[in-house]
Write a protein that binds this ligand. Sequence first.
Ligand code: SPD
Length: 356
Amino acid sequence: MKQLVRLFAAVIVVALGLMYLTAYLNSSQGYTSGNTLTIYNWGDYIDPELLEQFEEESGIKVIYQTFDSNEAMMTKIAQGGTTFDVSIPSEYAIAKMKEEGLLLPLDHAKLPNLQYIDPSFMDLSFDPGNEYSIPYFWGTVGVVFNPDLTDLQFESWDDLWDKSLRNQILLLDGAREVIGMGLNSLHYSLNDTNEAHLQEAKAKLGKLTPNVKAIVGDEIKMLLANEEAAVGLVWSGDASEIMSENEKLDYIVPSEGSNLWFDNMVIPKTARNIEGAHAFINFMLDPEHAAQNAEYVGYSTPNAKALAHLPEEISGDERFYPSKELTSKLEVYDNLGKKMLAHYNELFLEFKMHRK
Ligand code: SPD
């Protein structure tokens, strides 16, 4: 018994020691307990040097976690039990999170760098007045292809169904993107909710199966750059990163139309450090930081002043900074409502299972 008591006392002493040491280490770096900021972002979606710089400048310690889909992120925030201070959802997810009371309103007086955002990215229909969200990156969905491995030019989504592409296509793991591609290939809207059209898209996607090598997350970039497949359905920023690794590859947005998307910074209702969250958002809006981030991750910045800091080969590349004429032909995802979004996810799951 005495031994048990001694063991218990020893465990308590070690635990207290560790707590003291952590608090000391944090305070010696300028952090105080409670002065942390928990960021919940997509994978591969920030230059880690910027996180270090923010920590140094603000004295706030960053805790960083990632997600791989809007759906996973929304579920985690809605479940509660988390303390995320900043997250970066896409437009339809922002509309849904607003509707479900999952976001806190922003104080624009604490975001002076908001002045640098190109006005065409402000005040969009999913968040009028940017009451809850601030532009981070934007882009399109399209096809990246390797001309050494295929002769196709990919003007149309239908090219993906070409027999020569057997086991040669990688798809990004996104329900809206894959079902949207099926709908667009049939000349339907990627926000279509007509059940007959959705079933038609599902049947058409089923016929794509022999050509699909894998449905993957961020590793799609490495696989395509290493020429493990000829073609990928990707977000434009990933295409830009792949192409900086392997210059042979090219990116197009098919002629039937595609998705124009916006990822914005928000403060979820789980936030504990609202002051710090505003400081971080403002830090990321600084033109030099926004340019550094865009150059690192390969995605397109909505920060007009940041563009001036980017090399012309990036800011002038129409594949990733397309003209207003092209973007006006693209569709932004609508918030289709809880039931319809769940239905899209179900159809996507069935497509994935059908492949096995
Ligand atoms: N590495 C992942 C980057 C995430 C890009 N978000 C695109 C969302 C489109 N709805």
